[in-house]
Design a protein around this ligand. Structure first.
Ligand code: URA
Length: 208
């Protein structure tokens, strides 16, 4: 599995700021947006381009343009929404497929309570947005859903990933590409990442 821990100084600086438990909601949200942009930049580094001719001020000029790659962004409710504005700043015409999953209390398996995928997924790449890759259960279920719908290449961007979640993803979907700002130490007994950020959804939405 291709796992990229983005070590750009701006990314390391901003993730360091997010670790501060005293950060207010506004600043946390802004940093999540900015990191969404920076991670999306890395995750789209190898998009195919093609040549085109533009009428420049001094005559025709050969330029590069993105070669018709169609992307759907896939924010996982609720915390994935925090990264969406930052990614849309870079890919403003991307379609957005929103998914929400919760754990079935009987089976402990994630089940979808909301699934609104964009049309013609077979013609699109998917870029999943979720701040925290913890156990990987929600992510794996989301990828199952996207593959069933025919999505082509699947990538995900995360602020923080746990080794346990990366291992589970490797076992279930080794073809998926992961871009994360940090790989942390481990999960605690409640499934929170250490040192992590705490509950990313609560911190983005101010519901602590
Ligand atoms: N979800 C979070 O918001 N934080 C974690 O540490 C793990 C899952």
């Amino acid at each position: 599995m291709n796992i990229v821990e983005v070590r750009h100084p701006l990314v390391r600086h901003k993730i360091g700021l997010l670790r501060d438990a005293s950060l207010n909601t506004k600043d946390f949200r802004e940093l999540v947006t900015e990191l969404g942009t920076l991670l999306a930049y890395e995750a789209t580094r190898d998009l195919a381009t093609e040549s085109a001719t533009r009428q420049g001020w001094a005559g025709p000029v050969e330029v590069d343009r993105i070669a018709g790659a169609k992307i759907t962004l896939v924010p996982i409710l609720r915390a994935g929404l925090g990264m969406l504005p930052g990614v849309l700043a870079l890919i403003p015409s991307a379609r957005v497929s929103v998914v929400g999953l919760q754990r079935d209390e009987a089976t402990l398996q994630p089940i979808a309570y909301y699934e609104r995928l964009t049309g013609r997924l077979t013609e699109r790449d998917a870029l999943i947005l979720d701040p925290m890759l913890a156990t990987g259960g929600t992510l794996i279920a989301t990828i199952d859903m996207l593959k069933r719908a025919g999505a082509r290449r699947i990538r995900g961007i995360f602020l923080v990933a746990a080794p346990e979640g990366l291992a589970a993803l490797q076992a279930a979907h080794p073809d998926v590409e992961v871009f994360t700002a940090a790989i942390d130490e481990r999960l605690n007994e409640d499934g929170y990442i250490l040192p992590g950020l705490g509950d990313a959804g609560d911190r983005i939405f101010g519901t602590r």
